[in-house]
Ligand binder design. Structure first.
Ligand code: FES
Length: 118
C-alpha cells in the first residue's frame, strides 16, 4: 500500500523565523488525511531531516520507488496535489508516475527519488 509520511514538526520559512507560530506539519497531516482516498495510508512522524525545505512528505510502498517532496505550505491545495500523486504511485507497478500525470501542485517540489531495496 502506498503510504504518505508527513513531517508533523515541519515549519514553513515564515514559521522558522517566528517560533511562536505552530508548525504547519500538523495541519498538513490533517489535510492529507482528508484528501487521501482508499488505498492510500497517511501517517505522521517527527522530522524527516529536511527542515530547511519544509513542509516535507515521503511517498513510499514496499518494492516501489520512494519520492521525497518538500517546500509545501501544508495547505489543502498542497494536500490534494500530493494525494493525487500518491494515487498515481499506488497505480504504478514500480511507483514511477509518468510526468504527464503529475499534478501541477507537485512540480518543483521533488527533493529525492530513492530506488526500492532488492
Ligand atoms: S521538522 Fe520537518 S523535516 Fe525536520
Amino acid at each position: 500500500m502506498t503510504t504518505i509520511t508527513v513531517c508533523t514538526t515541519c515549519r514553513t520559512a515564515e514559521e522558522r523565523g517566528d517560533r511562536t507560530l505552530p508548525p504547519s506539519g500538523e495541519a498538513f497531516l490533517a489535510a492529507l488525511e482528508a484528501a487521501s482516498g482508499d488505498g492510500i495510508a497517511v501517517r505522521g512522524t517527527a522530522c524527516l531531516m529536511g527542515c530547511e525545505h519544509g513542509c516535507n512528505v515521503a511517498i513510499s510502498a514496499h518494492g516501489k520507488l520512494t519520492y521525497v517532496l518538500g517546500h509545501f505550505s501544508g495547505s489543502a491545495e498542497d494536500a490534494s496535489a500530493v494525494s493525487a500523486f500518491a494515487a498515481g504511485h499506488a497505480e504504478s507497478g514500480t511507483g514511477q508516475v509518468p510526468f504527464r500525470q503529475w499534478p501541477q501542485g507537485v512540480k518543483g517540489h521533488f527533493v529525492a527519488r530513492v530506488p526500492p531495496l532488492d
